[in-house]
Design a protein around this ligand. Structure first.
Ligand code: F0G
Length: 482
C-alpha cells in the first residue's frame, strides 16, 4: 500500500488511480424525491436510477472497472464450448486459490443454490455459519435445512473496537458439530459478513474453523464474495500477515476451505460467479447441475467479456493499491460520523459505511422497520440511495411471525472507485442534518409483502404524515438548495 503521510497530519484516503471516464449525475428536487420514494413504495430497491443522485445501494456489479479490465473484454473468445476465455479464467482461479477445479455460475446466489442442492442431502440438516446472507439463507431453507449463526458475541455489538467481528466462535462450533453428528450439511464462513456491517474474519479464525471441520469430517464452504475488503483487513490489522503478499493469503484460504464460491459482481469487479474446489467427488455432483441451471461448463451463464474482466479483476485483487480505496473511504466516513456522534457500526468494515438505525431512530420500534424508515428518509433529504439491512431484510418464520433482526442498519455501500471524496462529504453533511432532525422521522408499514426475499419487491407506506413534515423542515433550512 502506498505509504503517503500528509504534512498536516490528516488521515485522508488517497486514491492510487485516476478517473478517465465519467457519467453525469442528476439530483432531483426534494419534491420530486418525495414523489419518487412514494412511487417506489418506500423501498429503495424500487427507485429508478434516474431519480437517484448517489447510488449507495450496493457494490454488486456497480464497481468501476480498470482500463486493463475493459481492454481485456475486447479479447474475449465467444464460443458456447471450449472458449479460450474460460481457460484463462480457470487458470487464474487455480493460481490465486490453488484449487483444482473451477465451475462457473452466473452469480453468487446461483452458487448458493448449487451448494445447497449438492450438500443438503436430507431435510432437517444444519448449516452453522458466522452469519447468514439473505440469498444463502433462502436457498438453505428451501432445501429444508436450518441456519445456525455462531458468530462471536461481539459480532452483534454495533459499537466496538474489535478488529475481526466476523469470526466464528470456535467453542460453539465444536460443540455444535459434536452434538449434531451426521446432521451438519456444511459449515459456511462468509468473508466480510454482509448483514452486520461488512465485518471481516481473521486468518487465525479461518485456520481454527478449518481445523475443527477437518477433525469432524465436515465440509467447509467459504463465501469469498466480499473477500477483497477482508484481505485488506487481514493485511493491515492481523500482525502475522503484515508482510505476507495478498496472493499468498488467498492461496492459504484455498488450502483451508473445501469449497470457495463467490459473486464476481463483488470479487473481481465484474459480473458473474463460480465455485472452486479440490474434491473430485463433489466436482462431479456440481458439474451435473451447471448445464441444467447455469449454462455450458465453459461459461456457466456468464458473458465471455465479463469473464475476461474477471480474470484481470482477480489479478488486481492481489494488488493492495487496487483494493484499498473502498475500505479507506469507509474508514473516513466512519471517523467523521463518529466525530459528529452519529451512530455507525465500528470499527469500519468493508462494503460500506453502516448507520446504526436502532440508535439513530431510537423512537421507532423494529416492528415499524427502523432501518427501512431511515433509508427512505435519507433518500428524501439527499437523493442518496442506501439499503435497509434489518428486519425488512429478514424473512418471516414458517408460522408467519416476524423475526426481529439482530441489527437495524442502513448500508451506504461504496462501489469501488466510483465516488469522490467531495461526494462522500455531501453524504456526511446530509446525514448530519437528518440526525439533527431525527425526531421528525416516523415508521413504515407494509402495503404489499411478498413471501420470499420481501425486501426486494415489498411496498410500504409511512405510518403518519412524517415525510411531508421532513420536506417542510428541509425547505425551511436549505431554501432553494437541491
Ligand atoms: N454472498 C455475499 C456475501 C453477498 O454479499 C452476495 C451479494 C451474495 C453472496 C450473492 O451474490 O448477488 O452475485 O447473487 N450481495 C449483494 C449485496 C446482492 O448487495 O450485498 P449475487
Amino acid at each position: 500500500m502506498a505509504n503517503v503521510k500528509f504534512f498536516g497530519g490528516s488521515n485522508m484516503p488517497l486514491e492510487m488511480h485516476k478517473v478517465r471516464i465519467i457519467q453525469k449525475l442528476n439530483l432531483p428536487t426534494i419534491d420530486r424525491r418525495l414523489e419518487a420514494i412514494t412511487e417506489a413504495g418506500n423501498n429503495t430497491f424500487l427507485l429508478k436510477n434516474r431519480d437517484v443522485f448517489l447510488d449507495m445501494l450496493t457494490d454488486s456489479g456497480t464497481n468501476a472497472m480498470s482500463d486493463r479490465q475493459l481492454a481485456a473484454m475486447m479479447t474475449a473468445d465467444d464460443s458456447y464450448a471450449g472458449s479460450e476465455t474460460f481457460f484463462r479464467l480457470e487458470a487464474k482461479l487455480q493460481d490465486v486459490f490453488g484449487m483444482k477445479h473451477f465451475l462457473p455460475a452466473h452469480q453468487g446466489r446461483a452458487c448458493e443454490s448449487l451448494v445447497s442442492q449438492v450438500l443438503i442431502t436430507e431435510p432437517d440438516m444444519i448449516v452453522p455459519m458466522n452469519y447468514h446472507f439473505t440469498t444463502a439463507k433462502a436457498h438453505i431453507s428451501r432445501m429444508g435445512a436450518r441456519v445456525e449463526e455462531i458468530i462471536i458475541d461481539e459480532g452483534l455489538v454495533a459499537k466496538s473496537e474489535l478488529n475481526f467481528k466476523g469470526n466464528i466462535n470456535p467453542v460453539t462450533l465444536q460443540k455444535m458439530l459434536k452434538d449434531n453428528e451426521g446432521k451438519i450439511a456444511f459449515v459456511r464462513l462468509e468473508a466480510g459478513t454482509n448483514l452486520i456491517g461488512g465485518q471481516p474474519i481473521s486468518m487465525a479464525n479461518i485456520k481454527e474453523v478449518s481445523q475443527i471441520c477437518r477433525v469432524a469430517g465436515v465440509w467447509l464452504v467459504f463465501d469469498a464474495s466480499l473477500l477483497a475488503d477482508n484481505l485488506y483487513f487481514i493485511k493491515t490489522k492481523e500482525e502475522a500477515y503484515k508482510n505476507i503478499e495478498i496472493k499468498n493469503i488467498m492461496r492459504e484460504i484455498g488450502q483451508l476451505a473445501d469449497v470457495i464460491y463467490f459473486s464476481a459482481r463483488k470479487l473481481g469487479c465484474a459480473r458473474g460467479g463460480g465455485i472452486c474446489l479440490n474434491s473430485d467427488e463433489l466436482m462431479f455432483k456440481f458439474r451435473e447441475l451447471i448445464p441444467l441451471y447455469e449454462g455450458f461448463l465453459t461459461y456457466g451463464g456468464m458473458s465471455v467479456r465479463e469473464m475476461e474482466a474477471l480474470t484481470v479483476g482477480l489479478e488486481e485483487t492481489c494488488d493492495i493499491d487496487m483494493i484499498a480505496q473502498a475500505p479507506q473511504f469507509i474508514g473516513h466516513m466512519v471517523d467523521k460520523f463518529t466525530a459528529l456522534s452519529i451512530p455507525v457500526v465500528t470499527p469500519a468494515g468493508g462494503l460500506g459505511c453502516h448507520l446504526n438505525a436502532s440508535e439513530f431512530l431510537s423512537h421507532i420500534p423494529q416492528e415499524r422497520y427502523t432501518a427501512g424508515a431511515l433509508a427512505a428518509a435519507l433518500y428524501i433529504v439527499s437523493g442518496v440511495r442506501g439499503m435497509e439491512r434489518g428486519t425488512l431484510s429478514e424473512q418471516r418464520n414458517p408460522d408467519g411471525s416476524e423475526p426481529l433482526a439482530h441489527m437495524e442498519l442502513v448500508r451506504l455501500a461504496l462501489p469501488r472507485r466510483v465516488f469522490t471524496l467531495s461526494q462522500v462529504e455531501y453524504v456526511l453533511d446530509r446525514v448530519n442534518w437528518l440526525y439533527q432532525n431525527r425526531e421528525l422521522i416516523g415508521g413504515l408499514k407494509f402495503v404489499e409483502e411478498p413471501k420470499i426475499l420481501r425486501f426486494f419487491f415489498g411496498r410500504l407506506a409511512p405510518d403518519s404524515d412524517w415525510q411531508s413534515k421532513l420536506v417542510a423542515k428541509f425547505k425551511a433550512d436549505f431554501g432553494d438548495s437541491l
